[in-house]
Design a protein around this ligand. Structure first.
Ligand code: HEM
Length: 321
């Protein structure tokens, strides 16, 4: 209880200190749709109970929404050349959960709750479902009217990024070095396709894989090669966190210390002197991870939000009105 109150205070304080949040507010739907947040969390809970891969999908969906054009649900728009069609987004999931929540909300509060808010709330709730921290986030985002695949690559981090490239990208979104380390902790849940980390291995002419990235623990690398042989199907996935894949905990940071970061972009958080101390601190203290998570998540969900005439309340999350 005490932890929850401290977390709430920390999050409220960081919200007050964040200039980009000025137009959002807590309980934005208090009079227009009082049960909005309950309806979203209920949808996330029930979808996750029948499919435990849902929390990871919803969390990644938020990241890919907010980094491209801001948190405006542009990632949900369907059609030729939209963000969804970019190769970096073809492995995204969780769209049907957002659509279910929207359907319920349109029955009870037609035209009131934005898809952008649903994406942010669903990711917040996904973390709670997986055992992570619970906190309030402000709402009032409006939905973008456009979505362009060409905006995806320049705004989404690649696993091959150097630390300087990651810092530059995160800074351009108003996120600090600490936010980068904290938000990467999202990789404590969910999974990845084999090709997402195949650059850490080399294949010989007979299709045999060898480890080329020596920052990876060799036994963990063997496990990965067994799970993802060179002829494995394109749909094959492995858990991001080899220890507690369904739990939102600080195990991700312990994995990094044990040289078991799945992506190269995870491993460099330990290798680079600018981020190592934060990795160690979060590995040693789950409460501190949860506190940092609340603060960084709030910043993530405030990136480039649209309000008033800058956006609309979509009737269907997949199409602009
Ligand atoms: C720092 C740079 C980051 C890089 C390079 C990166 C890259 C990736 C890649 C390649 C995957 C695997 C996708 C697949 O093959 O299906 C993945 C999965 C995931 N990422 Fe990240 N990511 C980053 C940061 C983040 C952030 C900031 C979040 C959220 C706050 C996040 C949340 C997730 C989640 C939850 C998954 C699992 C998705 C699932 O289970 O379907 N990532 N990430």
């Amino acid at each position: 209880m005490e932890t929850k109150i401290t977390l709430l205070i920390a999050v409220l304080l960081s919200f007050a200190a964040s200039p980009s949040c000025a137009s959002l507010s807590f309980n934005f739907y208090a009079t227009s749709c009082p049960a909005a947040e309950f309806m979203v969390s209920n949808t996330v809970r029930s979808a996750s109970s029948s499919d435990p891969t849902i929390p990871g999908k919803l969390l990644r969906l938020l990241f890919h929404d907010c980094f491209v054009e801001g948190c405006d649900a542009s990632v949900l728009l369907q059609g030729n050349g939209t963000e969804r069609s970019d190769p970096a987004n073809t492995s995204l999931g969780g769209f049907s959960v957002i659509d279910s929540a929207k359907r319920v909300l349109e029955i009870f509060c037609p035209g009131v709750v934005s898809c952008a808010d649903i994406v942010a709330l669903a990711a917040r709730d996904a973390v709670v479902v997986a055992g992570g921290p619970e906190f309030q986030i402000p709402t009032g985002r409006r939905d973008g009217r456009t979505s362009d695949a060409a905006n995806v690559r320049p705004n989404i981090a690649d696993t091959s990024f150097t630390m300087n490239e990651m810092i530059k990208l995160f800074n351009s979104k108003g996120l600090s070095l600490d936010d980068l380390v904290t938000l990467s902790g999202a990789h404590t849940i969910g999974s990845a396709h084999c090709n997402a980390f195949s650059d850490r291995f080399q294949m010989d002419s007979k299709g045999k894989l060898t480890l080329i990235d020596t920052s990876l623990d060799s036994r963990y690398a063997d496990e990965l090669m067994k799970k993802c042989p060179s002829d494995s199907s394109a749909s094959k996935t492995v858990n991001n966190d080899p220890e507690t894949s369904l739990a939102f905990d600080n195990q991700y940071y312990s994995n990094l210390l044990a040289h078991k970061g799945l992506f190269q972009s995870d491993s460099i958080l330990l290798e680079d002197g600018r981020t190592r101390a934060k990795v160690e601190a979060l590995a040693n203290d789950q409460e501190s991870f949860f506190r940092s998570w609340g603060e960084s998540f709030l910043k993530l969900t405030a990136i480039g939000v649209k309000t008033d005439d800058e956006g609309e309340i979509r009737r269907s999350c997949s199409f602009a009105n």
